[in-house]
Design a protein around this ligand. Structure first.
Ligand SMILES: NC(=O)c1ccc[n+]([C@@H]2O[C@H](COP(=O)([O-])OP(=O)(O)OC[C@H]3O[C@@H](n4cnc5c(N)ncnc54)[C@H](OP(=O)(O)O)[C@@H]3O)[C@@H](O)[C@H]2O)c1
Length: 322
């Protein structure tokens, strides 16, 4: 336990800075905080405030003086982007984190939540992946630069706790999906890529869709609103140096996930699997017993979450991120 932490509701009227509030994760956190009655939410787009600009970050925090902060701003991308631009993923993310956390320390942020991702864990970590497996083996080489930056962020939170006794914490979400996701062919992850593919097949009247691999690898998917609720729960209840996994604790095969997307989009044709393409890891599932021990479990089911995401995608077809 750090000094100065008492579990319980955060002050709804305090200034609360959500860094990255337009992203998939940040926008869900913003919605959740707004719904929970927070009145002092502050956000800034990357055009308004470049978080790699250290002086600008210090100025911003000196001006708004937040009591609480969620760090959901990051340079994020799929396998292609990560393996093509490792310098950007390492350098931008380190700069964003160090700037925001140094400025937060300087300006007395009481409660800070740093967001990382499940790629921090070793490639061959035992499944489901427990928090204790951090730094016990080699990382997945395609996104090791990103993962190292995120691991440094966890260490920075732990160091601030040790040196200054502040109750800052870290959360590591599993694969997320939901409104505001990146559906572009270059940048998208598994679920948005499937949604786009099946939706386009319906629109174009195709009777076949081809997905990569065998469809047998298992993946855990969490609706981003569930993740945001988990983050608020942790901010109000958790105080420890170790990062907390945030997931559903359940996974499904890619084939099963694709079947749900096909059904929800109304695709009537056949799904083919291009087995000449790589499968990736056979399984990626987080052990969420620590989060459950803190009193929180996911509630959005996969079918409901996918149906809501398809509806959102269709409503926003004209103004999606590219
Ligand atoms: N998506 C997932 O499945 C997933 C899973 C686990 C963990 N996470 C974690 O959640 C965090 C956010 O991910 P996300 O999926 O929400 O990404 P995202 O949708 O790409 O959003 C990232 C946000 O960061 C902001 N940003 C990036 N560079 C910036 C800069 N230099 N200055 C200011 N703002 C900057 C962007 O602001 P603008 O929009 O204003 O440009 C954007 O809103 C990351 O730490 C990621 O590791 C995501």
């Amino acid at each position: 336990m750090s000094e100065g932490f008492r579990a319980g509701p955060l002050d709804r009227d305090a200034t609360f800075y959500v860094a990255g509030h337009r992203g998939l994760v940040g926008s869900a956190i913003w919605r959740t905080l707004e719904a929970a009655g927070f009145t002092g939410l502050v956000g800034a787009t990357s055009a308004e405030l470049d978080l790699t600009d250290r002086a600008a970050v210090f100025e911003h925090l000196a001006r708004i003086r937040p009591r609480y902060l969620v760090l959901a701003a990051a340079k994020v991308g799929g396998i292609m982007a990560n393996s093509t631009y490792p310098v950007d993923f390492l350098s931008n993310n380190l700069q964003i984190q160090v700037n925001v956390m140094d400025a937060a320390l300087e300006h007395g942020v009481e409660r800070l939540l740093f967001l990382g991702s499940s790629c921090i864990y070793p490639q061959l970590a035992a499944q489901p992946i427990h928090e204790d497996s951090l730094l016990t083996g080699h990382l997945e080489p395609t996104n090791d630069a990103y993962a190292i930056a995120k691991i440094a962020g966890i260490l920075q939170v732990q160091a601030v706790r040790r040196q200054y006794g502040l109750p800052w914490i870290s959360a590591m979400p599993t694969n997320l999906y939901g409104p505001g996701d990146n559906f572009s062919p270059q940048g998208s992850h598994l679920l948005p890529a499937l949604v786009r593919r099946y939706d386009e097949a319906v629109r174009d009247g195709l009777d076949e869709v081809t997905n990569w691999g065998t469809g047998t690898p298992r993946r855990e998917l969490m609706h981003v609103d569930d993740m945001a609720e988990a983050c608020l729960h942790l901010l109000e209840n958790y105080d420890g140096p170790q990062q907390v996994n945030v997931g559903t604790g359940r996974d499904a095969t890619i084939r099963e996930i694709a079947e749900v997307v096909a059904e929800v989009t109304g695709f009537q044709g056949r799904t083919l699997w291009d087995t000449t393409k790589p499968d990736g890891m056979p399984q990626k599932l987080l052990d969420v017993s620590k989060l459950a021990g803190e009193g929180w479990t996911a509630r959005v089911g996969l079918r409901d979450g996918i149906a809501a995401t398809v509806a959102w995608y269709r409503e926003h077809a004209g103004d999606l991120r590219e």
